[in-house]
Design a protein around this ligand. Structure first.
Ligand code: UTP
Length: 280
């Protein structure tokens, strides 16, 4: 299976940090967000990845490209561990790029992948979100796709006060943590939401989604919304996946994720001591 990583958005929620650098390149502790995303695809068994980029996103390509000068410098300085970190990035997967000419929404970004994908099912991983769990989230979706032969999307239960930020599903449980989706409601008020299960940024889609995107008119914000195209598919399954999704496009979520990941690293104790000085 191939994967598509949409990474062409403006990232307006995180301005000014994202004015001239892609939000997908913002580091979470010591690694750019999009590297975690590529690593999730690879850990799910995918080695052919298409990243949808746009103007101002060149640093994404540079990150996954070889840097001969840097490699030579590290080699000469005998910094073998650093050299390995740099070389491992280039060896992760076959990565291709396509540019979304105008930021016309997530549906439009995925439409840019049609030629590369062809007529096979494919995974979509949003370039500005990271997932963590015992099994990679995308792998869990691939397993559900293989079982039901229908599109599958990741879901997470969200607290009442956050419901109106997400696409929420109406569905019925078919087995533990798996739902057959009847309807998707974009950003409903909490009291009108059909559930608290939100769409979280990982998908395995059947290729008929490209026709559905073509049939989809601009929706919220004048953009082609993926959620609107998903509604048109004959069936979709939702997977309340075992794990957690981190939305890096939101500045506070980004900061919290960075702290959480740093806490789990070898620098965790020092960070804990430092944070204690702010909390009584
Ligand atoms: P978001 O919904 O977070 O949109 O995109 P955004 O425009 O980047 O961010 P805000 O809301 O203005 O802060 C989710 C993912 O889809 C990509 C983004 O790069 C991000 O990784 N995307 C979004 C595209 O590739 N193209 C688009 O037109 C919109």
């Amino acid at each position: 299976m191939k994967a598509v990583i949409p990474a062409a958005g403006f990232g307006t929620r995180f301005l000014p940090a994202t004015k001239s650098q892609p939000k997908e390149m913002l580091p979470v502790f010591d690694k750019p967000t999009i590297q975690y995303v590529v690593e999730e695809a690879v850990a799910s068994g995918i080695d052919d990845i298409l990243i949808v980029t746009g103007r101002g996103k060149r640093s994404i390509e540079d990150h996954f490209d070889r840097s001969m000068e840097l490699e030579a410098t590290l080699k000469n300085a005998d910094k073998c561990d650093r050299l390995k970190i740099v070389q491992d990035i280039t060896g992760l997967a076959d990565i291709c790029y396509v540019r979304q000419r105008e930021q016309n929404g997530l549906g439009d970004a995925i439409a840019c992948a049609e030629k590369h994908i062809g007529s096979e099912p494919f995974a979509v991983l949003l370039g500005d979100s990271i997932t963590k769990g015992p099994t990679p989230c995308t792998k869990q979706l691939i397993d559900v796709y293989n079982k039901y032969q229908k599109s599958a999307i990741s879901l997470e239960a969200v607290p009442q006060d956050k419901i109106e930020r997400y696409g929420i599903i109406k569905g019925s449980s078919v087995e533990n943590n798996i739902y057959k989706i009847d309807k998707l409601v974009e950003k409903p008020p909490a009291d009108k939401a059909p559930s608290n299960l939100a769409i979280m940024g990982r998908y395995v889609l059947t290729p008929d989604i490209f026709d559905k995107i073509r049939e989809t008119e601009a929706g919220v914000g004048g953009e082609i919304q993926l959620t609107d195209a998903l509604q048109k598919l004959d069936a979709i399954y939702g997977v309340a996946f075992e794990g957690k999704t981190y939305d890096i496009g939101n500045r506070l979520e980004w900061l919290k994720t960075s702290i959480e990941f740093a806490m789990a690293s070898e620098d965790g104790d020092e960070l804990r001591q430092y944070l204690k000085t702010f909390i009584d």
